[in-house]
Design a protein. Structure first.
Lengths: 580, 158
């Protein structure tokens, strides 16, 4: 289909054209199927084994392909797109090194249940298993880090496999699905028959909850005097913000949101207690330790939340709503299991949910909030990282999409950015992948063209995928790239200070580039700030700029993230850092 | 820790054994034995896996197996009454003078001799794993040259 055609045809006409039973190659089948799945953009990088596919893209105007500068950039961008939009993210890479460069990104998406369809080329089927040039067993390599994967040996299977891949990726507990396409399969031609139904016998995710368990939950709530909700990524993935809000208001239960659950519930709500766990708020952690009923909603009781498991929520009866039965009872003993989709389960529960006996408990919690809020020591002489994040939050009213990299800055975003909108916090929680923060913002911006997208990075992680600055410049993708530049691997430095007795080993990042010049070298505007005033000015200038901007915030090096619970401690054994 | 015998019905697809065994390895579940073969239905294979673990582990094993797209059904056979059988081939030293004695041992186990050479014979024994252990133990004094066991195949009674 040519560009001219695309412009004159209606959506239905385009669809009809795509569905025509022409004799076409596996490559064109792939592209047509992607369009029929309503894929808006693909992030990728070509090479020998996908040349057929790239050749089919040539002149295929409907496909919006973005050439990143590294496959890792491509997959994190697809991931950011998926997290921000709720749709399936798509990326493509060649065999061998192209495919293995995707591995970190696949594992990142798998850990956080992000729906991706990852396409790799492979050597021709008759070369598979011969150690052929650029051959890698990518289906074998990615078995433990994909929800499912396919090696397509016959072009006839391609339409079905693509349909199944999108279905599996985007239903139940979402996740990445990889499709490996050998070079002869992408070349072979057959008459195209679209597959629009899936029938996978071994895959039937439970959506509707067991009514009995929901009733038990509702009874438990009515009797509870000190209940807590622990809401997680599942709320965000299920787009269940409204149902959750209704549930919280009906039951009057204080709520804490995990790192991945932030943005699943408005930070402005009076019943919200902040994030729990290792760097959680005093209030959230104390509430968890003293509650009599704990309702986990789309949260998997991760070890950064529970910390010392045997001492976690010792008084609580635990209820757990989760779409993945394997998560229930995996880490904590669960009295009330509710298997189902969060949105559906909460909608059912909301029909009969009543208030808990929580008045006194809420008062107690409000008192904790007032006594021990998140705090840091403000400074007029030095720029503090927390100050920068607070400024971002205040100036955007908590309404921007924010992606983070991994480290101290990530925790400060979690603590000081007051998220209001669903899907607006985009961060690698489970794998904790440095290099995620910047490319994921490119994807998030592709999903929400007119919205403000801020990418917050450390000076370490910024250097793990900085090459994608090129993409921002070329396509004028107006991400506001924030570097919290403390000249060290801050999170590692903090552990070495607190746990390893100030033995600082290989955390010094001197020799890093001048980030302003680096941005400019790619054609992206660069700004620098070293004081509070400069920070405000630079940020206002960035906000007023139409295109991408990188702002290098040079901050105090020795700042630590508090509260902190060290490994092996219970979550109420917090180091508050008051003396700093 | 108890021995559990789990039956897993899977799609007969390339890589499915790797998916299942990989899951056990990665999550630290032990595999004592694993057998695979066609099932009563075209296109599906049945695996029988013997694993050691407490109740909680086996529940996790089963839930994690269900997450594999190629897994259709998982049954913990040892939860009820089952028939479990294993086959072993044992190549044992058998000089002509020792043969009558060995044949006596074999007979009590209803095992059979499936090959004889001048100095050795191959014994085939079928039964539950304890029976095979006992057979092996009794033949050990004669000198076992080679031993191969199929692993357990099993199904529920009734
Ligand atoms: C440096 C660093 C520090 C960290 N510190 C903290 C910390 O202090 N506090 C903290 O909370 N986290 C912290 N994390 C993140 C932590 O490692 C975990 O990633 C996070 O806590 C997991 O959150 P979750 O269980 O809500 O989400 P996920 O891991 O995404 O789990 C989601 C759960 O919801 C279920 N689910 C998915 N979809 C649905 C659906 N539609 N319906 C029902 N259920 C569904 C899934 O099956 C799963 O059980 C940190 C990470 C890093 C890198
Ligand atoms: C790919 C990868 N390598 C190593 C780590 C371990 N790690 C976690 S945080 C961190 C330091 C990050 O430093 P920086 O990017 O400067 O951010 P800061 O903590 O200073 O905010 C490191 C090395 C990781 N999470 N990911």
């Amino acid at each position: 289909m040519s560009i001219e055609e695309r412009e004159v045809l209606s959506k239905e006409e385009v669809r009809a054209k795509l569905l025509q039973p022409d004799v076409i190659s596996g490559s064109e089948i792939l592209l047509r199927c992607l369009l029929l799945e309503e894929v808006e953009c693909i992030f990728g990088y070509p090479g020998g084994a996908v040349l057929n596919i790239y050749d089919a893209m040539y002149g295929f105007a409907n496909i919006n392909h973005i050439l990143t500068r590294h496959e890792q950039g491509a997959i994190h961008a697809a991931d950011g797109y998926a997290r921000a939009s709720g749709k399936v993210g798509v990326c493509i890479a060649t065999s061998g090194p192209g495919a293995t460069n995707l591995v970190t990104g696949i594992a990142t998406a798998f850990m956080d249940s992000v729906p991706l369809v990852v396409i790799t080329g492979n050597v021709a089927t008759n070369f598979i298993g011969t150690d052929a040039f650029q051959e890698a067993d990518i289906t074998g390599i990615t078995m433990p880090i994909t929800k499912h994967n396919y090696l397509v040996r016959n072009v006839e299977d391609l339409p079905r496999v693509i349909k199944e891949a999108f279905y599996i990726a985007s239903t139940g507990r979402k996740g990445p699905v990889l499709i490996d396409i050998p070079k002869d399969v992408s070349a072979n031609k057959i008459p195209f028959h679209h597959v629009d139904k899936v029938d996978i016998r071994g895959y039937n995710p439970t959506v509707m909850p067991n009514k009995l368990q929901v009733n038990k939950l509702i009874q438990a709530i009515e009797q509870a005097e000190s209940p807590v909700i622990l809401a997680g990524g599942g709320v965000v993935y299920a787009d269940a913000q409204e149902e959750l809000l209704e549930f919280v208001e009906k039951t009057q239960i204080p709520i804490t949101t995990t790192l991945l659950g932030l943005s699943g519930f408005s930070s402005a709500h009076p019943l919200w207690m902040g994030m729990p766990g290792m760097h959680g708020t005093y209030t959230a952690n104390m509430a968890l330790q003293n509650c009599d009923l704990l309702i986990g909603i789309g949260a998997r009781f991760d070890d950064r939340v529970t910390m010392k498991l045997s001492a976690f929520a010792p008084k609580a009866k635990i209820a757990h709503i989760d779409v993945d039965p394997a998560e229930i009872g995996k880490n904590v003993k669960t009295a009330i299991p509710c298997v189902g989709d969060v949105k559906t389960v909460l909608a059912v529960a909301n029909q009969t949910a009543k208030k808990a006996k929580s008045e006194a408990w809420i008062k107690h919690i409000d008192q904790l909030k007032a006594e021990k809020p998140l705090r840091y020591i403000k400074s007029d002489s030095e720029l503090k990282p927390q100050y920068v994040i607070e400024m971002l939050s205040d100036t955007t009213n908590g309404e921007a999409f924010v992606t983070t990299d991994v480290g101290q800055h990530q925790m400060w975003v979690a603590q000081y950015y007051k998220f209001k909108n669903p899907r607006s916090m985009i961060t690698s929680g489970g794998l904790g992948t440095m290099g995620f923060g910047f490319p994921s913002a490119i994807g998030a911006q592709m999903a929400h063209k007119g919205r403000l997208v801020i990418s917050v990075n450390g000076d370490g992680g910024m250097q793990m995928c900085a090459q994608e600055l090129a993409i921002c410049a070329i396509h004028n993708i107006p991400v506001k790239i924030v570097v919290i530049n403390n000249q060290v691997l801050g999170m590692v430095r903090q552990w070495q200070e607190i746990i390893y007795d100030n033995r600082y080993s290989h955390i010094d990042l001197s020799g890093s580039p001048d980030f302003v010049k680096l941005a400019e070298a790619y054609g992206v505007k660069g700004l620098r700030a070293t004081t509070n005033e400069e920070a405000q000015q630079a940020w206002q200038e960035a906000l007023a700029t139409d295109g991408p901007v990188l702002i290098d915030f040079q901050v105090r090096k020795d700042e630590n993230v508090f509260p902190m619970v060290t490994a092996g401690s219970a979550i109420d054994e917090m180091i508050m850092g008051d003396s700093e | 820790m108890i021995k559990h015998t789990i039956s897993v019905l899977v799609n007969d697809q390339p890589g499915v054994l790797q998916r299942v065994s990989g899951l056990f390895g990665r999550r630290g579940y032990n595999i004592e034995s694993i057998t695979v073969g066609p099932s009563e239905e075209m296109g599906l294979s049945r695996m029988v896996i013997v694993t050691l673990g407490d109740h909680k582990t086996v529940e996790q094993v089963s839930k994690q197996l269900y997450k594999l797209i190629d897994v259709i059904k998982v049954v913990d056979l040892s939860a009820g009454a089952m028939v479990a059988r294993e086959l072993a081939l044992i190549k044992v030293n058998a000089e002509p003078v020792k043969r009558p004695e060995i044949l006596g041992v074999i007979e009590t186990f209803r095992a059979s001799v499936v090959d004889i050479s001048p100095t050795a014979m191959i014994v085939q024994v079928v039964g539950n794993s304890d029976k095979i252990d006992a057979m092996v133990q009794l033949l050990e004094p004669y000198g076992i040259r080679e031993l191969t066991r199929t692993g357990v195949s099993a199904m529920t009674r009734g």
